[in-house]
Design a protein around this ligand. Structure first.
Ligand SMILES: *[C@@H]1O[C@H](CO)[C@@H](O)[C@H](O)[C@H]1NC(C)=O
Ligand SMILES: *[C@@H]1O[C@H](CO)[C@@H](O)[C@H](O)[C@H]1NC(C)=O
Ligand SMILES: *[C@@H]1O[C@H](CO)[C@@H](O)[C@H](O)[C@H]1NC(C)=O
Ligand SMILES: *[C@@H]1O[C@H](CO)[C@@H](O)[C@H](O)[C@H]1NC(C)=O
Ligand SMILES: *[C@@H]1O[C@H](CO)[C@@H](O)[C@H](O)[C@H]1NC(C)=O
Ligand SMILES: *[C@@H]1O[C@H](CO)[C@@H](O)[C@H](O)[C@H]1NC(C)=O
Ligand SMILES: *[C@@H]1O[C@H](CO)[C@@H](O)[C@H](O)[C@H]1NC(C)=O
Length: 590
């Protein structure tokens, strides 16, 4: 934990908790800046957090309060978003353009949120301007509280692995390409943990680039948390001669099953238990290779790391372990369907995950959302959902709602494709508070899409090739479909999700594929309790940044810091109290 206040001492934490009558706080100070790295042997600017790429891991426990002071040392506005964190009642902290004004270059802003009722493996990343293509991501781990058993033995180690397609072009150059309708083409490589492949093939991998090594002990079992943080490439993850025992995905414990490989789509996260049960006669390959592409240009799109037993006799041998056959939707879809929720395991709460019987709940609203490949709208390349390409207003939706500013957005997102003529608009979904929404994503493109919803976990109840019809509901899994926050939609196929709209706020619904998102494939879902808004949503944070039509409310940041009028009374007193308790008991314990 590089710069948070170390909270290794449980005694101190308990006192702190007791003193406030609440849940523990953890503090981080993160500077986000460009650093120079050569992941594929070519020097380039990447986005680092505290000088690290990937950034530090946010390692917390259910219900902890997280305070992250983010200093933007980039040359562009910045927001970090917390992929999969539900921010209950608190879309103010979500860090997307519809909820927050961007942190201007040179400014800092402090996020404060609680990881309420959540467990599992997630990640954070910069949400604006395609910045994730330059890095800036890091892991989030939410541990079970001690009182709730984890449905497997404590692993001997916990290892986070980021897999991603990677281009040696900067995110600014990639932006220009996307805006001009240029296909990104095959990536220059696939990274594991921000570095390039092991030289498994002398023609494909240049000499002298650093590669990742995962060091393990024979006989031990590790939890691998694998995140696809890339731009747009689905990746198949596998380890030579080792089984991947799937145990968790995006905050849900799954039925535990062995896989020899797993297709991980953009924005998805999985936990596997891997037992080091092979002979140490050699090292082993860890592979992340591109899927759903089959030209030779993609041969370079293979990431390779080394699994090194402490008593290993030598380097990894033989060819890389085989990917699944071809780029077969059938295989991948069946694999996705085989992922089930463990309905009897507890998670953030002691009651079994399956005690929320989603299959018995009546659906109150249905959206069939159709994406299309990029097209020219009024002379600009745009992507659409139901014929609408999202226009980002200069005033975030959430602030416009708070200050009753008319005309920023319309609550009229259509529940089907109504009009073949595409348009650019700020049209969002009017969700019903405590409603139960069914969304069918129909993929009208030739590439795999993945969709993410902020503020919620949704149940993935069905997917199939072809066009969804009412009859497709007969195939839904109404019992143990897994609850997660990002789902894939195969080319020419559909995926259906169910989501309980119990979290008031304005929530982003987006394509995780950066090129699709950047050109407009996103919408928001507004969920308002018409009766008592105060109780169902937290108030506007005192440190909120203002922009757009509210710019005049914004004080200059230098003054804010100098006259220290920024933090709220509650926030300031907690911080001071925390510092006091830590200082006092820190001395006492020593
Ligand atoms: C996360 O923190 C817990 C203590 O709260 C510690 O036991 C665990 O090893 C940490 N995990 C990682 C991956 O740092
Ligand atoms: C910026 O950081 C300073 C401390 O470095 C802090 O006091 C202030 O509250 C932060 N500003 C915001 C808006 O979070
Ligand atoms: C599901 O969770 C239960 C309760 O923790 C556990 O005992 C069981 O092994 C899990 N089942 C499977 C198939 O993973
Ligand atoms: C998974 O594979 C391992 C061997 O790698 C085996 O020991 C274990 O029993 C398998 N577990 C299940 C649930 O199939
Ligand atoms: C793979 O190649 C086949 C035949 O060469 C082609 O029909 C198919 O569209 C290709 N698939 C992808 C995903 O490029
Ligand atoms: C949004 O939905 C609510 C019911 O949930 C309804 O009362 C309201 O009129 C709707 N607003 C618009 C603009 O359609
Ligand atoms: C895409 O949508 C158009 C119009 O809605 C339809 O005619 C076409 O068949 C669809 N194509 C695919 C691949 O789903």
């Amino acid at each position: 934990m590089p710069s948070g206040i170390p909270i290794s001492c449980c005694f101190l934490l308990c006192l702190f908790t007791g003193a406030l009558g609440g849940d523990p706080f953890v503090f981080y100070d993160w500077t986000v800046s460009y650093i120079t790295a050569s992941p594929l042997g070519v020097k380039q600017q990447v986005i680092g957090i505290e000088g690290q790429f990937p950034g530090p891991i946010l390692n917390v426990t259910t219900n902890w309060n997280v305070v992250v002071n983010v200093k933007n040392n980039l040359d562009e506005p910045l927001l970090l978003t917390w992929n999969g964190i539900q921010h209950r009642k608190n879309s103010w902290q979500d860090g997307v353009s519809g909820t927050n004004c961007p942190i201007p270059a040179g400014w800092n802003w402090t996020y404060q949120f609680q990881v309420k009722d959540q467990i599992g493996s997630f990640f954070y990343f910069p949400s604006l301007s395609l910045q994730r293509a330059a890095g800036g991501y890091g892991g989030i781990i939410i541990n079970n509280r001690d009182v709730i058993p984890v449905p497997f033995g404590t692993p001997d180690g916990d290892i986070t692995i980021f897999i991603s397609d990677w281009y040696t072009k900067s995110h600014k150059e990639l932006r220009k390409d996307i805006e001009s309708g240029v296909d990104l083409g095959a990536p220059d490589g696939v990274l594991l943990n921000g570095i390039g492949p092991y030289r498994y093939d002398e023609t494909l991998v240049p000499d002298g680039i650093a590669y990742p090594t995962i060091n393990v002990e024979p006989g031990k079992t590790y939890r691998l948390r694998v995140h696809n943080v890339g731009i747009s490439t689905s990746l198949n993850f596998r380890i030579q001669n080792h089984n991947l025992l799937l145990v968790e995905t995006e905050g849900s414990y799954t039925v535990q099953q062995n896989y020899t490989n797993m297709d991980i789509h953009v924005g998805q996260s999985y936990s596997f238990l891997v037992t080091m049960d092979q002979s140490a006669s050699s090292d082993y390959y860890i592979v992340a290779s591109s899927r759903f592409v089959n030209s030779s240009a993609w041969a370079r799109a293979t990431g390779v790391a080394i699994l090194h037993y402490s008593n290993s006799q030598g380097p990894a041998l033989g060819p890389l372990p085989d990917p699944p056959d071809g780029s077969d939707t059938y295989f991948s879809m069946n694999q996705a369907r085989s992922i089930r929720w463990n309905v009897s395991a507890g998670a953030a709460r002691p009651n079994p995950q399956g005690s929320f019987r989603y299959g018995d709940i009546t659906v109150t609203e249905v959206y069939v959302i159709l994406n299309r490949p990029a097209e020219l709208i009024d002379g600009k390349w745009r992507t659409t959902l139901n014929g609408i390409s999202y226009f980002t207003p200069s005033t975030p939706l959430k602030l416009a709602q708070q200050f009753n500013i008319p005309g920023v957005y319309k609550l009229d997102f259509p529940n089907r494709l109504m009009n073949e003529r595409a348009k650019v608009d700020t049209s969002i979904i009017n969700g019903t508070y405590r409603g139960f929404m069914e969304i069918i994503f129909q993929n009208n493109d030739t590439t795999v899409q993945s969709y993410h919803m902020d503020g919620y976990a949704f149940f993935v109840v069905g997917m199939d090739v072809g066009v969804w019809t009412e009859n497709s509901r007969g195939t839904y899994n109404k019992w143990d479909g897994v609850a997660r926050c990002t789902t894939q939609v195969f080319p020419g196929s559909w995926t259906a999700i169910l989501v309980s709209l119990d979290n008031a706020g304005i929530w982003n619904l987006r394509a995780q594929n950066l090129n699709s998102w950047y050109l407009g494939q996103e919408a928001y879902v507004s969920v308002v309790n018409p009766e008592i808004r105060e109780k169902t949503e937290l108030p506007l944070p005192d440190n909120a940044i203002y922009c757009g039509v509210l710019s005049s409310l914004q004080k200059d940041q230098a003054q804010r810091v100098r006259f220290s009028d920024a933090p709220s009374v509650v926030y300031a007193s907690r911080t001071v109290l925390a510092a006091f308790i830590i200082a006092f008991f820190g001395t006492f314990i020593r």
